[in-house]
Write a protein that binds this ligand. Structure first.
Ligand code: PMP
Length: 359
């Protein structure tokens, strides 16, 4: 068996050590004679796995006691609706910053519930730079301000945390746990698990307690954060296996030295990959230098007729899933926490060899 280097944007690669542990525990979890997947979510064994995972995430991110951590289903996409449903709290409008495809989807969904004020947009620069704090046109009456710190498809990342007098909401799907973050600045953080947390099917929501309890009338019970918080995310059967695996990833992160160590490694990985792109006329990335994503690095080849052969040759040498998103084309290397530095080194070597052979 050879594990190849996986640059998938999501579901993304998981740490080898985590998969090996899951494999070892699969048939017989801790001598109980059954797998974690086959246990009641209300058993004391699973409840302890769930609580430990939450505790480890709280430690890793420095989440205060005034926040609830929810382990939900429905993906980040469900949060696009749950956020306005819960956080409007009688107000009629919300501020959104539009930096790309994921922000736009969040805006479209919110517009079903309220008036959306696009407080800032990257549209004019072709989504290559984020609007600065000074450029934001914030509405003091907004219920909250939503933004996407990292646009997974565009590879566009905020280099600052927007400031506003209203609660700040962030879609951290593709950047959570990649570096330290001051959680206290946020009213709500959400992330689909399938990039930096674990397998698809789990969504993590971190919400400040004072924002709970204001869901719109007639909302389905499953869409009310307060109900989930009161039930410790066990209103119904939670995604138990995803929750367990997330817990293994959190332990692995702690063993690696936590988010500080991840940040140092992720910065090194991104910097060397961008340096390789910038150091050649053959490859390109159009993003403003201070808004280049550490997690998703899109790049183009000077001649897109070579895209297909680039991908084929990359796959031959064990570099998988480098195809850019269907909406933008080109290439994209997603280099989340579980992608080792050796993978980035191998990619850079391959890119340089490919350039010599095809330039
Ligand atoms: N937001 C961002 C930033 C994403 O990258 C994604 C998934 N790629 C989503 C939202 C949607 O997530 P899900 O598929 O979990 O609904």
């Amino acid at each position: 068996m050879t594990r190849k280097f996986n640059f998938s944007a999501g579901p993304a690669g998981l740490p080898d050590a985590v998969l090996a542990q899951a494999q070892e525990e699969l048939l017989d979890w801790h001598g109980k004679g059954l797998s974690i997947m086959e246990m009641s979510h209300r058993s004391k064994e699973f409840v302890s796995v769930a609580e430990t995972a939450e505790q480890d995430l709280r430690e890793l991110m420095g989440i205060g006691d005034n926040y609830k951590v929810l382990f939900l289903q429905g993906g980040a996409t469900t949060q696009f609706s749950m956020i306005p449903m819960n956080l409007l709290r009688g107000k009629s409008s919300a501020d959104y910053i539009n930096t790309g495809i994921w922000s736009k989807k969040a805006i479209k969904e919110a517009a079903r519930y309220c008036e959306v004020n696009v407080a800032g947009s990257s549209e004019a620069n072709g989504f290559t730079a984020v609007p600065s704090q000074d450029e934001l046109k914030l509405n003091p009456e907004a219920a909250y301000l939503h933004y996407t710190p990292n646009e997974t498809i565009g590879g566009l990342e905020f280099d600052y945390i927007p400031q506003s007098d209203v609660p700040l909401v962030a879609d951290l799907s593709s950047t959570i746990l990649s570096r330290p973050l001051d959680v206290d600045k946020f009213g709500l953080i959400y992330a689909g698990a399938q990039k930096n947390i674990g397998p698809a099917g789990l969504t993590v929501v971190i919400v400040r307690e004072d924002l709970l309890g204001g869901v719109i009338e007639n909302a389905p019970t499953m869409f009310d954060y307060k109900v989930h918080a009161e039930a410790d995310s066990m209103l119904n059967t939670p995604p138990t296996f995803g929750w367990y695996l997330a817990g293994l990833v959190f332990k692995w992160l702690k063993d690696q030295g936590g988010v500080e160590a991840m940040a140092a490694m992720n910065q090194r990985k991104a910097e060397k990959l961008y340096a390789a792109i910038d150091g050649s006329d053959f490859y390109g990335n159009p993003m403003a230098l201070n808004n280049r994503s550490w997690m998703n690095v899109p790049f183009t080849l000077a001649d897109d007729a070579l895209d297909k052969v680039f991908l084929e040759k990359a796959e031959e040498v064990g570099l998988l899933n480098l195809k850019g998103h269907r909406s933008v084309g080109g290439m994209r290397a997603s280099i989340y926490n579980a992608v080792p530095e050796a993978a980035v080194d191998a990619l850079i070597d391959f890119m340089q060899t490919f350039e010599k052979e095809h330039a």
